[in-house]
Design a protein around this ligand. Structure first.
Ligand code: PMT
Length: 398
């Protein structure tokens, strides 16, 4: 958000044990430079004091429609108008019922009624309350009028039951807020994003692979979804959680990745290949574990299909974006790959540089496009680099 005016999140907190997670959510939002205006219901104040939210948000907490001091300082219509997004977390069954019935009998429900901002509701309650058909009907009604409902998580509930009803972790709510607030300039794009390594098996236990964590590809998928693209993420084995709103296809080998890409290719508008696809696989796969012998072991490798090169030959009007993982001669090697694979853009990263390439959360890249433009970018997070890549993709559409 570095160059933008800070976005204002109006956070309605209603009375449930999950209020403590709303405290952490405010901390995360402020850390990301959002301004946060908290509104608490009477019930919420039984769980957490307004002072806690006020200290973290550095703003007075709004609690009472008829308190004249608050009304003159904040004003419930001003509050509603100031919101770039209105989030209710946790949202109790009571608050959801009131919103769905159009009842505005406290500050939270009154401001919510008056806002024109997008609304995100995060229910949290006992599993039987959550499954109650009245509550479910209320949620359907809110969805129909365009409110976003964040599904609760399953797990141990504070009331002692196991099941659905937990408020999602603050990071997951934050991600939904980012998603809602992002400009949707990739709407209409159907992207195939590849991520992670491929694994080429030698026997049931061993494989040849590489150091890719998948973070670059997952950042691309996450950021594209936030900006309104439809995304299919074709992922080699990683330890990452898939971004919300993205279709994920898990693969192991380069051959499986090729198949998965070709299955989606006709419907896509662009392919972005951040995956580190193995260039070779063992000629022979041993169905039994290869036993230790006395001497050395020779493994013969044969080339994998070059997936991007194959797509570059077909093209079919799609934008093709490759990555180049290099250890020297960055620009020259990347330009060669751009030409040989008939790409529209290549993102070159020197994987020997500190903060660049494999596994970390940052990268240092140079973007080179088919028109000859070259942009050397400084160290930045993989999410920020993903934004730069999509900004550049949009220039190629003009
Ligand atoms: O996953 P991380 O830990 O976040 O690390 C990120 C990364 C370093 C893996 C990523 O930034 C990156 O550089 N990905 C490309 C790695 C790679 O395979 O580069 P390459 O120069 O060998 O291949 C060039 C391009 O051809 C790549 O887009 C690759 O996906 C593609 N390729 C390669 C081999 C092959 N058989 N088929 C392909 O399509």
């Amino acid at each position: 958000m570095a160059n933008d005016k800070p976005k204002n999140v109006v956070l309605g907190v209603s009375g449930g044990i999950a209020c403590y997670k709303a405290v952490e959510l405010v901390r995360l939002l402020v850390k990301e430079q959002y301004t946060v205006q908290v509104i608490m219901t009477r019930g919420a104040m039984q769980f957490v004091t307004p002072l806690t939210f006020q200290t973290l948000s550095a703003r007075p907490v709004a609690t009472d429609t008829f308190n004249l001091t608050q009304e003159s300082e904040i004003g419930h219509i001003n509050l509603a108008d100031s919101a770039d997004i209105f989030v209710v977390a946790p949202a109790t069954a009571n608050v959801i019922g009131k919103i769905a019935a159009g009842i505005a009998d406290d500050l939270l429900s009154t401001v919510l009624m008056a806002t024109q901002a997008p609304v995100l509701i995060a229910p949290a309650m006992n599993i039987h309350m959550y499954e109650n058909p009245i509550l479910q009907e209320n949620l359907r009604k809110l969805r129909r009028i365009g409110y976003e409902i964040l599904e609760p998580d399953e797990g141990y509930l504070a009331c002692g039951y196991e099941g659905k009803g937990r408020l999602p972790d603050p990071e997951a709510i934050l991600e939904q807020i980012r998603l809602q607030l992002k400009k949707k300039d990739l709407a209409g794009e159907k992207l195939i994003v590849t991520a992670g390594p491929s694994r080429e098996p030698l026997d049931p236990i061993r494989y040849i692979s590489n150091r890719s964590s998948g973070k670059m590809g997952y950042a691309l998928a996450r950021v594209a979804a936030r900006r309104g693209a439809e995304v299919v993420l074709i992922s080699g084995p990683t330890a990452l959680t898939p971004p919300p709103g993205v279709k994920v296809t898990a693969v192991n080998t380069a051959a499986e990745m090729r198949r998965a890409i070709l299955d989606e290719y006709a419907a896509c508008t662009a392919v972005i290949m951040a995956a580190a696809v193995a260039d070779y696989h063992p000629v022979e796969f041993s169905a039994d574990k290869i036993k230790r012998g006395k001497g050395s072991l020779d493994v013969r490798l044969e080339p994998n299909p070059d997936i991007l090169k194959e797509l570059g030959r077909r093209k079919d009007g799609k934008l093709l974006i490759g990555f180049a993982a290099e250890t020297g001669n960055l620009d020259a090697n990347a330009e060669k790959k751009l030409r040989e694979k008939n790409l529209d853009m290549i993102v070159a990263n020197d994987v020997t540089k500190q903060g660049s390439g494999f596994d970390g959360d940052t990268n240092i890249a140079t973007i080179i496009d088919r028109r000859g433009a070259t942009h050397s970018l400084p160290l930045m997070s993989k999410d920020e680099l993903a934004d730069q890549i999509f900004d550049h993709l949009l220039t190629l559409r003009r």
